[in-house]
Design a protein around this ligand. Structure first.
Ligand code: UD1
Ligand code: CA
Length: 456
């Protein structure tokens, strides 16, 4: 069976009050439309068509990697009109699935169950029972319980408005039939729009039975019309991910204060995340890892038994097994820490590798550097890697000891087991095993007096 999925995404989203087209607003760092696209990509033998309109250029540019057909709907004359734009690309034997680009949390299982209800004599419709169905089309059933039509709220009679079963807008049916009904749509209704929902009545008249199914949770079919709804669905999505992680062996001290905006591809067990941890992009986290409060991790690989203390920012970094980072450390892109490395407070590392058992514990900047193993970098050490135009490399070999408040002016190499005296400005290579220091000799001036304030 071949599926054609049509994602309706042309609408303006006025109530978002935004320059950005609604479907480009994000949940967990992914545009709304991308959530729908990613889910439908998981259907086999599926070709995806996206009806777009509002914010056309930006939508196409932002989502240019989609493997989908893009059909522009220049004027938004209704959901039926939107689907009509794709008519020419639907084969009679296709199962056509209609989805909305602003309904991001629909589950694959729900869609599969819906599609399973499609055959030559049926139309499959996803409905939902709502406490407050305001704004939704209502599902009208006859005395035998069979669906006869959908009435839009604005066209509904008072008794029809009492119906709690709402139309999700999501349906599936064979292409040949749909195309025939689409041809007959009119805009003779309260909103002057071509309603896709009118095909239900036409189907019934043709002897087709409407088979309904429901999502497991209402949240799956909620659309985003304003930023309050956007934030609600963000929370729903985060809560779901948090539950999955906990089921996989992660302790979240407070699942309501944890955000995953991306994925953790390799996930160990007995990971403990304190509150306000944000994990972004593609990551890998080993077992027995502790992540302190308010830490932001992006596109990073974290080995087993790593401890990250509170308030760290870690991006495109690798942290080796058993290392300890923070509190208040910043690991910038291309930082690679081997095992058992200690990075302490107010330390920034950029594009540098640090070999096993080395320590950079306080107030330092290490950039464009290669640091050997068992190196001790004292407080306030700075690699001066930039002359305003070019970046230069610093090499610190195994076992070196860098005294506090040292500037290493790159390019420079500190030899194996070298010691650098505190307060030095090192501009030339420092030989191994020796003490190197550059310091003005200390003097004391006898009989010197502090200036005294003159009384007026
Ligand atoms: C639609 C349904 C209603 C259902 C509700 C669920 C119709 C006539 N009504 O109403 O029964 O309860 O969804 O949320 O179908 N769109 C286009 N082009 C258009 C118009 C809409 O692409 O010309 C897209 C929108 O971007 C949106 C989706 O279709 O993603 C639904 O449109 P919307 O205007 O929100 O439909 P409702 O009036 O809410
Ligand atoms: Ca809507």
């Amino acid at each position: 069976m071949k599926i054609t999925t049509i994602i309706l995404a042309a609408g303006k989203g006025t109530r978002m009050r935004s320059e950005l087209p609604k479907i480009l607003h994000q949940i967990a760092d992914r545009p709304l439309l991308q959530h729908v696209y990613d889910m439908s990509r998981q259907l086999n033998n599926n070709s995806i068509k996206i009806v777009y309109g509002h914010g056309a250029d930006l939508v196409r540019e932002t989502l240019k990697d989609f493997d989908a057909g893009w059909i522009e709907q220049k004027q938004q004359l209704g959901t039926g009109h939107a689907v009509q734009q794709v008519s020419g690309q639907i084969a009679d034997t296709d199962t056509v699935l209609i989805l909305y680009g602003d309904v991001p949390l629909l589950k694959l299982d729900t869609v599969k169950k819906l599609i399973a209800n499609v055959d030559d004599g049926t139309l499959a419709l996803l409905t939902v029972n709502l406490d407050n169905p305001a704004g939704y089309g209502r599902i009208v059933r006859d005395s035998a319980g069979q669906v006869t039509r959908i009435v839009e709220e604005k066209d509904a009679a008072e008794d029809e408005k009492l119906i709690r079963e709402g139309n999700t807008g999501i349906l599936a049916v064979h292409g040949g039939k749909l195309k025939k009904w689409l041809n007959r749509l009119t805009n003779n209704n309260a909103q002057g729009e071509y309603y896709l929902t009118d095909v239900i009545e036409m189907a019934v008249a043709d002897g087709i039975s409407i088979v309904t199914s429901q999502p497991e949770s209402v949240d799956e079919v909620l659309g985003v019309n304003n930023r309050i709804q956007l934030s609600h669905l963000e929370r729903v999505y985060q809560q779901e991910q948090a539950c999955q992680l906990m089921e996989q062996g992660v302790t979240l001290i407070d699942p309501a204060r944890f955000d995953l905006r991306g994925s953790i591809e390799n996930l160990g067990i007995d990971i403990i995340c304190d509150v306000n941890v944000i994990i972004e992009g593609k990551n890998s986290i080993g077992s027995n890892v502790k992540i302190g409060a308010n830490t932001h991790i992006k596109n990073s690989i974290i080995g087993d038994n790593v401890e990250i203390l509170a308030n760290c920012v870690i991006e495109n970094a690798v942290i080796g097994r058993g290392s300890r980072v923070g509190p208040y450390a910043r690991l910038r892109p291309e930082t690679v820490l081997a095992e058992d490395v200690h990075i302490g407070n107010f330390v920034e590392i950029k594009k540098s590798t640090v070999a096993a058992f080395s320590k950079i514990n306080h107030l330092s900047y290490i950039g464009d550097s290669t640091v050997g193993s068992k190196v001790n970098v004292g407080a306030g050490t700075i690699t001066c890697n930039y002359d305003g135009v070019n970046k230069f490399e610093t090499i610190i070999e195994d076992g070196a000891f860098i005294g506090s408040d040292t500037q290493l002016v790159a390019p420079v190499t500190i030899g194996k087991n070298a010691t650098i005296g505190a307060g030095s400005t090192i501009t030339r290579d420092s030989p191994e095993n020796q003490l190197t220091l550059s310091r003005v000799k200390q003097i004391s001036i006898a009989g010197w007096q502090r200036p005294v304030k003159q009384e007026k």
